[in-house]
Design a protein around this ligand. Structure first.
Ligand code: ATP
Ligand SMILES: Nc1nc2c(ncn2[C@@H]2O[C@H](COP(=O)(O)O)[C@@H](O)[C@H]2O)c(=O)[nH]1
Length: 199
């Protein structure tokens, strides 16, 4: 039976303001969230990165259970029906979702848990966990965003078009989030995230 923890378990404490807190890292596809996240984890291995489930096929080099849990559409729908996700959303033709139990267990044990997720999921988390700290990563320009998605060399033309269309909608929502950071100079953006998390 799945364990469901109450929201009180996610509160920070006076003694340790960073303990047991959810961090949302969001922003358009290709802005550099994953790259920032990897550097952040190298510098702060005490952070817990939530590995999502997705129906997207693995890209070269992606490892099941590390990059994502890669599941079929029918399995994903079964997991939604069983309430196994803290949030889930459809993005560019695929489902993505945050495993509920793993994340809540980590928050309860006092970890700072980072969710790298798209806009619809970020909104769901903000509604369920208003005390979560939310960070929106912006590109220096839309042209640079397109260059980064193309430069990554991982998406078909159709997928690129979908992601760019979605990016326009996502960027308009940046103001909804607690902190906005422009990922132009990578090191500066990384340091801005560190300041947001650790002061
Ligand atoms: N500050 C930066 N300057 C130039 N290139 C960058 C910068 N940050 C990230 N990149 C590059 O942009 C590309 C997209 O980055 P990344 O895959 O991390 O984006 P993402 O936001 O995680 O995308 P998605 O949401 O689709 O997973 C990568 O090739 C990465 O190396
Ligand atoms: N709502 C959620 N969005 C997620 C989750 N895991 C990743 N994502 C976001 O999806 C897009 C596309 O990712 P990609 O790996 O296919 O490029 C990107 O914005 C991710 O941040 C999740 O669990 N829930």
């Amino acid at each position: 039976m799945m364990q469901v923890l109450s929201i009180q378990n996610c509160a920070t404490t006076k003694e340790n303001p960073l303990s047991g807190k959810l961090i949302i890292l969001t922003g358009p596809s290709g802005v550099g969230k994953g790259t920032l996240m990897r550097s952040l984890l190298q510098r702060h291995p005490e952070l817990y990165y939530s590995v999502s489930a997705t129906t997207r096929p693995p890209r070269p080099g992606e490892v099941n259970g590390e990059s994502y849990y890669f599941v079929s559409r029918s399995k994903f729908e079964e997991l939604i029906a069983q309430g196994e996700f803290l949030e889930s959303a459809e993005f560019a033709g695929n489902y993505y979702g945050t495993p509920r139990e793993a994340v809540l267990n980590q928050v309860q044990s006092g970890k700072l848990v980072v969710l790298e997720i798209e806009l619809a999921g970020a909104r769901q988390i903000r509604t369920s966990f208003p005390e979560a700290l939310s960070i929106f990563i912006l590109p220096p320009s839309f042209e640079e965003l397109e260059n980064r998605i193309r430069g990554r060399g991982q998406d078909s033309e159709e997928a690129i078009a979908r992601r760019l269309q979605r990016a326009k909608e996502e960027i308009q929502a940046a103001d909804e989030f607690d902190i906005q950071i422009v990922n132009d100079d990578f090191e500066a953006a990384l340091q801005a995230i560190e300041v947001a998390l650790f002061g």
